[in-house]
Ligand binder design. Structure first.
Ligand code: TXE
Length: 495
């Protein structure tokens, strides 16, 4: 059998074999076959990567660069991503099974994060404090934290990397990136561009391998100042607890069980598209998936009929084909998990209107495909309505009026996103106000931007990514006091 392409890790500006001496296979979800070997890092690899990042932060060129020069490097990196967008998109599709149609668009958009935060780098201003003390000059500076560990999930590796890397670097930190063990190839391809942009060695390092091995060593390392994490809520809580031991800063972007609420006065055609995009785009493997469709009683039957008509025509198949609409699930454990939730929903008495099983169509080959699945007559206390499935499985829940819609929408532990479909301006604003979610979309769904804050309420996370304030998550404030007095006053009392 031909040897699979073998990746190395990127540490301190060079390519290195893992100290563990081991590699793991990474699979193509469309055919279920391994296509490359990824270094299986261990604690020694984590230590080596953190040491390189710390050295780059403390010494060398990076801390001597001006913020403007850091911004220039970020913009150059953005240009290189734009140049290589199609190549990076193809790597992502091969590794995570998302649609090439989506990934090409996403990779063409990712440079904006590096342009935006590159532009922001030299606009982080401290303040001169109007001191209450005579003969005192007091000002603040916003300084980087140090070594940031960025841990990403498998569903959108390079987009989630941009959410973290762009503000972290703009702020002057150095980074160890730990991609998901299922989808590490794109990060290793991406870091070639970091080199080409001529970032100093050690500013961006990539350590690959299992979360419980290399990841665990990174989040507990004493020289790591911050962990920026996207992933599941159980792992997220563990990251938070472990980081607490070293009083590390943490931002967490965890899952959701987002409500997509359709009122009787909505434009039904648009809302059907919104429901589809909320749950079947990316095969439902997005943290913001609109996995609970809340329908007002009066429009329920008509809406469901139209939804089924559209969902039934969804084209499953090769994610590299520009016409495919639903690709495979990314990993075998996720495939099993989605199917197990379908069984749970059936046992709970939800009414399966569409799908409800693995897809066995010729166009799906040996891939890990699940049929687009719609459950009706779901009540919000069922597990299928409360727990994140992370797959193409929609739960329909009915409501009578605005109060009930808001009560159902908020009655989950998560609070990442919500959709509202109505043509009534007053209703759109009052309902958006009452929803416990970090993002609310009105008459649209799944819109994100580098310039708009993104993050969760409740168990969906801590902190915000994107938008100008996101850079604050990677900075700490220093207050500098300079006495202009001609003599030092009584040293035995507080000034
Ligand atoms: O995620 P994990 P998994 C949900 C989804 C999925 C479930 C589990 O429901 O079924 O989470 O998916 C790293 N120390 N989401 O297992 O474990 C890991 O290597 C340090 C929702 O893939 O959260 C990977 O890089 N790191 C979600 C990252 O954490 C550790 C996206 C995420 O892995 C670690 C993905 C440890 N001890 C899954 N253990 C979303 N919100 O978008 C794991 N990791």
């Amino acid at each position: 059998m031909a040897q699979l392409p073998k990746y190395q890790m990127h540490v301190g500006g060079t390519w290195v074999d893992p100290l563990s001496g081991e590699w793991l296979e990474t699979d193509n979800p469309f055919n279920g076959k391994p296509w490359a070997l990824i270094p299986r890092g261990n604690a020694d690899d984590a230590n080596r990567a953190v040491a390189a990042a710390k050295d780059a932060f403390d010494n060398g060129e990076w801390p001597r660069l001006t913020a403007t020069e850091r911004g220039n490097l970020l913009r150059r990196l953005g240009d290189l991503i734009a140049r290589d967008a199609d190549r990076l998109a193809a790597t992502e599709v091969q590794d995570n099974g998302k649609l090439i149609a989506e990934m090409r668009g996403q990779l063409r958009y990712v440079p904006q994060w590096y342009y935006y935060f590159g532009g922001l780098a030299d606009k982080v201003e401290g303040a001169v404090i109007p001191s209450d003390k005579p003969d005192m000059f007091n000002y603040t500076r916003h300084e980087p934290l140090g070594v940031v560990v960025a841990i990403t999930a498998w569903n959108s590796p390079l987009l989630l990397t941009a959410y973290k890397l762009a503000p972290a670097l703009a702020a002057g930190n150095t980074v160890v990136l730990k991609p998901s063990e299922y989808t590490s190839a794109s990060a290793l391809e991406f870091v070639k561009l970091v080199d080409e942009a001529e970032f100093p060695p050690g500013v961006v390092n990539v350590a690959t391998g299992y979360g419980r091995e290399v990841g665990e060593a990174l989040i507990s390392h004493p020289d790591v100042a911050k962990v920026a994490f996207t992933g599941g809520s159980v792992t997220g809580r563990h990251v938070y607890e472990t980081a607490a031991g070293g009083l590390k800063r943490v931002t967490l972007e965890l899952g959701g069980k987002s409500p997509n609420i359709v009122f009787e006065d909505a434009d039904i055609e648009d809302a059907v598209k919104g429901a589809i995009s909320g749950i079947f785009a990316a095969s439902g493997q997005t943290c913001v998936a609109g996995s609970r469709l809340l329908l007002q009683e009066d429009i329920h039957d008509e809406f469901v009929e139209r939804l089924l008509r559209t969902a039934k025509t969804a084209r499953l198949g090769d994610p590299m084909d520009m016409d495919t609409q639903v690709g495979p699930v990314t990993t075998p454990p996720q495939f099993d998990k989605v199917l197990s939730y379908i069984s749970i929903a059936k046992e709970e008495g939800a009414n399966c209107l569409l799908g409800g099983r693995a897809a066995q169509r010729p166009e799906c080959g040996d891939g890990w495909f699940v049929e687009p699945t719609i459950f009706d007559d779901v009540s919000n206390d069922m597990r299928i309505a409360q727990e994140e499935v992370f797959g193409p499985v929609l739960s329909i829940i009915r409501f009578r009026d605005d109060d009930e819609a808001v009560a159902i929408a908020n009655d989950v532990m998560y609070g990442l996103a919500a959709g509202v479909w109505t043509q009534n301006v007053r209703r759109s604003i009052t309902v958006a106000d009452r929803l416990q979610a970090g993002t609310v979309w009105v008459n649209t769904y799944r819109a994100v931007s580098f310039m708009s804050p993104f993050g969760g309420y409740k168990m969906s996370g801590i902190g915000r990514e994107n938008g100008a304030d996101a850079i604050r998550e990677y900075l700490q404030t220093k207050s500098v006091w300079i006495s202009t007095a001609s003599e030092v006053p009584n040293p035995f009392v507080l000034r």
